[in-house]
Design a protein around this ligand. Structure first.
Ligand SMILES: *Cc1c(COP(=O)(O)O)cnc(C)c1O
Length: 419
């Protein structure tokens, strides 16, 4: 009988065999108890951007733990939380000036949605309490987040009795370097949703440029620019979920920079702490913040998770950003991007539909998900930790990976099809 005390995510426990146990990690490698050492092509669900056991970040954890591991943010401030808020205001797109912390990407998105609804409520617009979202979107696993994930691919059908109904526009189809003309139909479809429902839409949520868990759909910055105009025209807050795209994944510090667009609210998590401890930041513009600024206590923002502003997490995030800047990660990412393009964009195979690359993200999309059955063990036997989902075989490596190490990952991805 297998031990079932530990319940794994997204897996049928009856048929699940987890044979790999991680003991340590260093740089881009995870070290297993069975002696195997694997290059992590997934960055542990995309968050370990510095790789494992980074000496500076590990030291920051030790130093902060010696002073203060946790204290409530209710009525008390702490140094790392204050300093990180200042730093995030400095590095995020111009105009995002107010940081609200929480403990994970999903909760950060819940905070963004509540903030958008209360923003309108505080101004007497009581009908604006729905969201607009995109097909192929993924915004997290909590109930509110599930309700704005793709209603077909996501878990809507199973939980439809529980979930509130929101409005959906088609997933953007115009690719990253599309022309304005090619983006126009995507925008026309969005306009239609706004025209019909704007009176009840509080916010429009997007994963800018890269719909990640929805199949690594990469789309045009022009879409973001045009959607910004539509949000202004129809009085809808524009909310960027940069939980996956933030901190370099698309090749710039934030995906928003490609479009030179400032959202009304931006959410960061995953790369925020370099993955070392869970935390999230929901960052708002003055316009959003000012709607809560009042003598009336009931207009205060009504949220406050236990671990928000945790000093350990904030100290780690500060160090993570310092290392990112000090070690010129954007230059490293540009090198990785060129390598991924060279290695994968021209790759062809009968089972492969297409390949895409953006920043330090690459995907081979296959025609049938069954083509990828068994890839995990195949790759592990060749020293690489790869985990496909659906029709998508992807890599989002840590930025400290060397070109030689990354080439090993792309070679294993391709070797799978030629086995
Ligand atoms: C991972 C992810 C989330 C959810 O973050 P958790 O920390 O897993 O709750 C939300 N949005 C996007 C775009 C993500 O990739």
């Amino acid at each position: 009988m297998q031990d079932t005390s530990l319940w794994f995510p997204y897996a049928q426990m009856k048929h699940l065999e987890v044979n790999y146990e991680v003991e340590t990690g260093e740089g881009p490698y995870i070290q297993l108890t069975n002696g195997m050492r694997l290059l992590d092509a997934t960055c542990s669900w995309w968050c370990m951007i510095h790789g494992y056991k980074h000496p500076d970040i590990t030291e920051a954890i030790h130093d902060q733990a010696d002073k203060l591991s946790h204290v409530m943010l209710g009525g008390l401030k702490n140094g790392p939380a204050v300093a990180l808020a200042k730093k995030l205001v400095e590095i995020t797109p111009n105009g995002l000036n107010h940081v609200f912390y929480s403990d994970s990407g999903s909760v950060g998105m819940e905070v963004a949605m509540k903030m958008a609804v209360q923003f309108w409520q505080n101004q007497g617009l009581h009908r604006k309490f729905k969201m607009a979202s995109l097909m192929r979107a993924y915004h997290g696993d909590t109930t509110g987040c599930m309700s704005v994930c793709d209603p077909e691919e996501g878990m809507h059908s199973l939980f439809s009795g529980l979930l509130p109904k929101h409005h959906f526009a088609p997933a953007p189809t115009a690719v990253f370097d599309a022309t304005a003309e090619e983006v126009a139909p995507d925008i026309a479809a969005l306009r239609q949703v706004f025209e019909q429902h704007h009176e009840e839409i509080a916010g429009f949520l997007v994963e800018p440029l890269l719909q990640a868990a929805g199949g690594l759909n990469m789309y045009s910055p022009i879409y973001l620019q045009e959607a910004r105009k539509l949000c202004d025209e129809f009085n809808i807050l524009f909310i960027f979920d940069e939980v996956a795209t933030g901190f370099g994944r698309t090749g710039k510090l934030f995906a928003a920079e490609y479009a030179a667009v400032t959202p009304d609210i931006m959410v960061l998590s995953k790369g925020l702490t370099g993955g070392y401890i869970g935390h999230a930041a929901t960052i708002a513009t003055d316009r959003v913040f000012d709607a809560f600024w009042d003598d009336d206590p009931s207009k205060a923002f009504m949220h406050g998770p236990t671990f928000m502003g945790n000093p350990l997490a904030c100290a780690v995030a500060l160090k993570s950003i310092e290392v990112f800047e000090r070690d010129n990660y954007l230059e490293k990412i540009a090198v990785l991007n060129q390598l991924l393009k060279d290695e994968l964009l021209s790759f062809q195979h009968d089972e492969v539909l297409t390949t895409r690359v953006l920043g330090a993200t690459a995907v081979i999309e296959v025609k049938n998900a069954s083509s990828l059955a068994g890839i995990q063990d195949f790759a592990a036997q060749r020293g690489v930790w790869l985990r496909s989902f659906g029709c998508y075989l992807y890599t989002m490596p840590p930025y400290i990976i060397t070109p030689e190490q990354l080439r090993k990952i792309t070679q294993v991805m391709k070797a799978w099809f030629d086995r």
